[in-house]
Design a protein around this ligand. Structure first.
Ligand code: NAD
Length: 292
């Protein structure tokens, strides 16, 4: 009989994460006289961004958190964008601020992310926050890597001394992911679009994280038997929404695998809620249940 991988159900784990946040939100409410507050800055009219922002807003509202979206046109100037962020930095009802990526080309990524107050930087994209992660003492871990680490821990995937390969080196996913795996004592290999022989690096991995945005990039033949395969990719195809991993073939070889949809995606949103609650707890001087 063919063995199939354990399915790492991110949707179910995200529901557990949200449930665990409920008493923490109540505690913040009691301490501050208001719920934790999340603000999203949405610049331009990218349709995928609009969907992501709606999901984040809905998730915050379901938890009884306050959420607001500051919408700016695609033509927004640097000054307009910085002003919008600054006013949220100063807003006492807002604990967490994210600027939805991608934004229009006239805006400098580092300047915009860098304008978010570090104590409200729940996406972790301010270069100062990224520097803390690099130094091994993160203030906020970016939501997608944090969601993946939460999945890995929940499914008790061995990380210490394990070979971990990360495909992708974006600031948002690939780089912080590799740093988190390193912090968990894995031996990390970083692959990207110019890596010479991707299959060799993939096949060596006990933990393979794929975040390239290329449907079908990783096939079963590139997976080490028994490995844990985390598929971060989100690709719209004629067959619907698919990841970067060919699920059919990979799930017959892997020990664990995340589905798309229903794997990393829901965890990312849940971690944004968790980071926002953490920001509110810090503001209120409350001790979070587990120190990260
Ligand atoms: P990106 O385009 O910024 O980066 C992609 C990375 O993949 C680059 O570093 C590039 O070098 C590498 N790459 C591209 N083609 C490759 C190839 N053929 N071989 C090896 N490496 C290759 O994208 P991103 O923002 O990091 O996102 C990656 C994917 O993850 C996208 O599909 C995105 O939609 C998805 N994503 C999902 C979530 C989630 O919550 N599930 C969150 C963020 C991003």
């Amino acid at each position: 009989m063919q063995k199939t991988a354990v399915l790492m159900d991110g949707k179910a784990l995200a529901a557990e994460v949200r449930q665990a946040l409920e008493p923490r939100i109540a505690r913040v409410r009691a301490a501050l006289g208001r719920p934790p507050g999340l603000a999203v800055v949405l610049i331009g009219d990218d349709p995928a961004s609009a969907v992501y922002v709606r999901n984040k807003e809905r998730s915050a509202q379901k938890l009884g958190m306050a959420s607001q979206v500051a919408r700016l046109p695609a033509s927004a100037s640097r000054e307009e964008a910085l002003r919008a962020i600054q006013s949220l930095n100063e807003d006492p009802a807002i604990d967490g601020i994210i600027v939805q990526w991608p934004f229009p080309p006239q805006l400098d990524e580092l300047e915009i992310f860098g304008a978010v107050a570090p104590e409200k930087d729940v996406d972790g994209f301010n270069p100062a926050t990224m520097g803390r992660l690099l130094a091994g003492r993160p203030r906020y871990v970016p939501c997608t890597p944090l969601g993946i680490m939460t999945l890995l821990r929940r499914f008790e995937v061995p990380l210490q001394g394990a070979e971990a390969t990360v495909i992708g080196r974006s600031n948002i996913v690939g780089k912080p992911m590799a740093l988190e795996l390193l912090r968990a004592h894995a031996t990390v290999t970083w692959c990207h679009s110019r890596t010479r022989d991707l299959a060799v690096h993939a096949r060596r991995a006990d933990v393979l994280v794929v975040a390239a945005g290329k449907a079908g990039l990783v096939t079963g033949g590139m997976v080490k038997p028994g490995a844990c395969v985390i598929d971060v990719g989100i690709n719209q195809t004629d067959q619907g929404l698919v990841g970067d991993v060919e699920f059919e073939s990979a799930s017959r070889v892997a020990g664990w695998i995340t589905p798309v949809p229903g794997g990393v995606g829901p965890m990312t949103v849940a971690m944004l809620m968790q980071n926002t609650v953490l920001a509110a707890e810090r503001r209120a001087g409350l001790e979070p249940p587990e120190a990260r």
